[in-house]
Design a protein around this ligand. Structure first.
Ligand SMILES: NC(=O)NCCC[C@H](N)C(=O)O
Length: 394
């Protein structure tokens, strides 16, 4: 994978399921959802998203199926269960009960428990002090509603996969599952990892492959400066890039990842939240004799163009009034998924942004997202491309 826009061949999605049914007004903030989605409708919207990709020749793989297939291997099964049992909240007695409960599950039900979690009432009473003291609404294993956003829990750079290190406690366990899939599923046999979850925080939504050899990494609420530094070293050591742009973004929910404000729609074109298009900065990071070389901050667009070797990185000027721009940014208008150069999937609700994309010559594949969007993520967030036609040499 050397770009954001080479023809998309294969992608990992997660069809939302029972884990979304765990969301209540009591826990949705902690679980990083802004509302309580209508699950059936969210599934319909997601199925239409997957179908839109398939109809453009994309091979769609699902997390649940990959996980179930990986769990067929005894070592994967043991690793998955052991991972859950490290939760210090369980205590020894309940840990033993959970271990034997999970150990008895068939593969499908185990995958379900790992994704949807286990509610208090699902383990019958009589399990000791911790169980007695837990609240009725507490989870014994937390659900993973944000698994929907497969972009964040792994990201491919070149021929390697970065299993990321997620910053928010509600998402931490997602990478135990992606790591398991990449380590055990035969489809990924021989794939080398570029990053691991126990390293400094890096999330896939912050990683943008601007051009072959050039990677922008946002740093804000999720990816830390130390994460950018570590990732830069890793990609340089692996020979996967010559330049990394470290891009500070506001530490706010609206701009939780770089891809909430900027995504690529062509080899030299981005769609970008107008309010920050000209204030965004970047430090250019390169390597010399094994050391990192860092330039002072400069405008992102200038730094990107220089690194990419183009005169300028074109920004589709959405020309929107500030209120419309702010509304559509919040609703992931800038979070597009390129299927090929000048062909991108976007939420239909962002009428103005989509109109401007089309006026600029980008074909927009519109999908519904009223329910999917309640987790604050768009088509790019909901997809982890694992194969694109290379730009280099194409
Ligand atoms: N790349 C992205 O921007 N992903 C969206 C993640 C949304 C999720 N509810 C979160 O807060 O992490």
């Amino acid at each position: 994978m050397d770009s954001e826009v080479g023809r998309l061949r294969a992608v990992i999605l997660h069809r939302p399921g029972a884990e979304l049914k765990r969301l209540t007004p009591r826990n949705n903030d902690k679980l990083l959802f802004d509302g309580i989605p209508w699950v059936g409708r969210a599934q319909e919207e997601h199925d239409a998203f997957a179908e839109a990709l398939r109809s453009h020749g994309v091979d769609v793989l699902y997390v649940t199926e990959l996980l179930q297939e990986a769990l067929e291997y005894q070592s994967a099964r043991e690793e998955a269960i052991a991972g859950v049992l490290t939760d210090a909240r369980l205590g020894d007695r309940l840990r033993g009960v959970v271990a034997s409960y999970l150990g008895d599950l068939d593969t499908e039900t185990l995958a379900h428990a790992l994704i949807a979690g286990i509610a208090h009432e699902e383990l019958k009473s009589g399990h000791g002090l911790v169980y007695e003291l837990m609240g009725r609404h507490d989870f014994i294993i937390d659900p993973l509603p944000n698994l929907l956003f497969t972009r964040d829990s792994s990201a491919w750079i070149g021929d390697r996969v970065a299993v990321t290190s997620l910053a928010m406690p509600a998402r931490e366990r997602e990478t135990a599952l992606t790591r398991l899939i990449y380590a055990h599923h035969p489809r990924f046999a021989g794939v080398r990892t570029l990053y691991e979850p126990d390293l400094e925080h890096v999330e896939g939504g912050d990683i943008l492959l601007l051009a072959p050899g050039v990677i922008a990494v946002g740093t804000g609420e999720r990816t830390t400066p130390a994460g950018v530094e570590r990732l830069a070293r890793r990609v340089f050591d692996a020979g996967l890039a010559h330049t990394v742009l470290a891009v500070p973004i506001a530490q706010e929910r609206a701009t939780m990842h770089l891809d909430t404000i900027c995504t690529m729609v062509d080899v030299d074109t981005v769609v970008m939240y107008p309010a920050i298009a000209h204030s965004l900065t970047a430090n250019t990071v390169t390597t010399l004799d094994g050391d990192l070389r860092i330039t002072p901050a400069q405008p992102f667009l200038r730094a990107a163009a220089a690194a990419m070797g183009v005169d300028r990185l074109k920004v589709i000027d959405t020309g929107l009034d500030p209120v419309t721009a702010e509304r559509e940014q919040w609703d992931d208008g800038n979070n597009t998924l390129a299927v090929a150069p000048r062909l991108a999937v976007a939420y239909e609700r962002n009428i103005e942004t989509n109109a401007q994309l089309e006026a600029a010559g980008v074909e927009v594949i519109r999908i519904k997202g009223s329910e999917l969007g309640s987790g604050r993520g768009g088509p790019r967030c909901m997809s982890c491309p694992i194969e694109r036609a290379p730009l280099l040499g194409s």
